[in-house]
Design a protein. Structure first.
Length: 226
């Protein structure tokens, strides 16, 4: 059984940091939103995709230079301030299944943030960015999940994915994997768990310490038993 983790909002508490930076740069364009609102609406999306969607709302394209500046500033802040989600190291000490990370984040950001959180060496070399997968389609496309299952020689139907975003859960389900929603990041909002369940998560956990027991239970579950 393969355990696949999203990175931002699941292993590291970075979604709200990214949203704060994006809000600062979007204000330059006349788009005023609170970081909590942005994290709620766009959790799991890349900076590029968020700015593209906001540009559609504003009826004008966001200049690439602003997007690149926002990405660099987010990388800088994550490298200085990001923290692991509470309980992540204890959880990893208990899980003995093969594991990897599948993320929409750029490879550079993954290295910076995971290193700061002390997690890079716990997953390397199985840290997959959707940007590096052939075709480059990010979640909610299933591509990065299917790529990971091929590299690790795992049957997608036997993989379990821990995700905090609707986009991530949607991609995992499209890959034929079992998704578990996670609501333990600081960006969580009322209705978060319900949104993940509606996207196809089999269950939702709020604490990483509950993940090993959830994995064990899902590992024993078989559809034909229902």
């Amino acid at each position: 059984m393969l355990i696949i983790f999203d990175c931002d909002g699941v292993l590291i508490d970075s979604e709200i940091v990214s949203a704060q930076v994006d809000c600062e740069f979007l204000r330059e364009l006349g788009y005023d939103a609170a970081p909590e609102e942005l994290a709620h609406r766009f959790a799991g999306f890349t900076t590029e995709r968020i700015f593209e969607l906001v540009g559609e709302e504003l009826d004008r394209a966001v200049p690439d230079e602003i997007i690149r500046r926002a990405e660099r500033e987010t990388d800088r802040r994550l490298g200085r301030t990001v923290e692991p989600i509470a309980g992540v190291h204890d959880m990893l000490n208990v899980l003995d299944h093969p594991r990897c990370i599948c993320s929409n984040s750029r490879p550079e950001r993954l290295r910076v943030s995971l290193t700061k959180a002390g997690l890079w060496e716990r997953f390397r070399p199985y840290i997959f960015s959707a940007r590096e997968v052939p075709g480059g389609r990010g979640k909610p496309a299933p591509d990065v999940f299917l790529h990971a299952s091929r590299v690790l020689d795992a049957n997608p139907s036997e993989a379990i994915v821990l995700e905090d975003s609707v986009a991530g859960v949607t991609g995992a389900v499209a890959a034929g994997m079992r998704a578990v929603g996670f609501t333990g990041g600081s960006h969580t909002w009322p209705g978060h768990a319900e949104a993940l369940m509606e996207a196809g998560a089999m269950t939702v956990v709020r604490r990483l310490e509950d993940v090993p027991a959830t994995v064990e239970a899902l590992g024993q579950w078989r559809p034909e038993a229902i």
